[in-house]
Design a protein around this ligand. Structure first.
Ligand code: GLU
Ligand code: ZN
Length: 307
């Protein structure tokens, strides 16, 4: 179906060069956007300056270009958008949904009784505690959390199917602004997807559990909820997600055709084997003409990636 108002995006964090796992997310979001006659945008998620690797953002863009990806607007950088995040944060504060938290990691760990799907659930020690706000010295940042309501967030992921999550009992009040003054990924991504008019988010399934938090923030901020499709994540031979932490190898520009072919296979697209020797142009043409989200497996068994 052609929906030309489709806007998709790829949102890498410049913590290192592109690896096979990020290529898979890039290929899936690109093919889905282009096969729908839509736009595809690139956003550099460098909101967390501490995790950024110098030069990685440029390196990622250069690699995308060498692989033949074409983005339809200028790249936006989260590091330049603090004012916009601040505006959204202020709107949530005005709704009395945000509170300062001065607990240390250790205090939370020691007091927490409940474990959610991403570790301990913050026990709300600082919620509605007037002493906290009063004790905050000017210029000293606290962590700011959003109150989760005992509400079930449900959505249908185009690949993973029905997802239901109770934020209060499974995640807890999550961080919007960190003690170092930086806005959290969950807030930045929601603000940016809306600002860029993103209608379809296609990304790795490692973010499936984050999606209900993002939908909740969209609801609080009166922003539209895009369609979501979470592709399986690539793992190494130990079953770990490919990432900078697991020392995933950067993808090579010289072997772009091979990596693209492997990414299409990983995504269940079954490219014909003669495609292995095709030019990048031919490979992209085939990919867009034959793209099928329905063929993407929900999960992949362990795959050993070639060195
Ligand atoms: N920046 C995130 C990452 O690289 C992706 C965020 C997203 O696609 O929503 O893992
Ligand atoms: Zn606290």
């Amino acid at each position: 179906m052609l929906t030309s108002n489709y806007i998709g995006r790829f949102a890498p964090s410049p913590t290192g060069p592109l690896h096979f796992g990020s290529l898979v997310a890039a290929v899936a979001s690109y093919c889905d956007a282009k096969a729908h006659g839509g736009k595809w945008l690139v956003r550099m998620e460098d909101v967390d300056r501490a995790r950024e690797m110098p030069g990685a953002a440029d390196d990622i863009l250069h690699t995308l270009e060498a692989y033949g990806f074409e983005w339809d607007d200028k790249v936006i950088y989260q590091s330049q958008r603090d004012e916009t995040y601040h505006a959204a944060f202020t709107r949530l504060q005005a709704q009395q949904l945000v509170y300062a938290c001065t607990c240390s990691r250790k205090e939370i760990a020691d007091s927490a009784l409940k474990i959610g799907i991403e570790g301990v659930i913050y026990p709300r020690t600082c919620y509605q505690n007037p002493k906290i706000e009063a004790s905050l010295a000017p210029n000293i940042h606290a962590t700011y959390r959003v109150v989760t309501k005992n509400r079930l967030i449900c959505f249908t992921d185009e690949i993973q199917g029905e997802v239901k999550q109770n934020l209060e009992t499974q995640i807890g009040d999550f961080v919007l602004k960190r003690a170092d003054g930086l806005f959290a990924y969950q807030l930045a991504v929601v603000v940016d997807d809306a600002a860029q008019g993103v209608t379809h988010v296609v990304r790795g399934a490692d973010l499936l559990n984050s999606t209900p938090r993002q939908i909740y923030l969209q609801q609080l901020l009166g922003l539209p909820t895009p369609n979501y499709a979470h592709v399986p994540i690539a793992t190494n031979s130990k079953g770990e997600k490919l990432s900078k932490q697991t020392l995933a190898e950067p993808i090579s520009i010289r072997l772009a055709g091979h990596s693209l072919f492997d990414a299409l296979c990983f995504l269940g697209q079954n490219p014909p084997s003669e495609m292995q020797n095709a030019t990048l142009d031919e490979m992209w043409r085939w990919s867009l003409n034959n793209w099928s989200l329905a063929k993407i497996p929900h999960q992949r068994d362990l795959i050993s990636l070639k060195a």
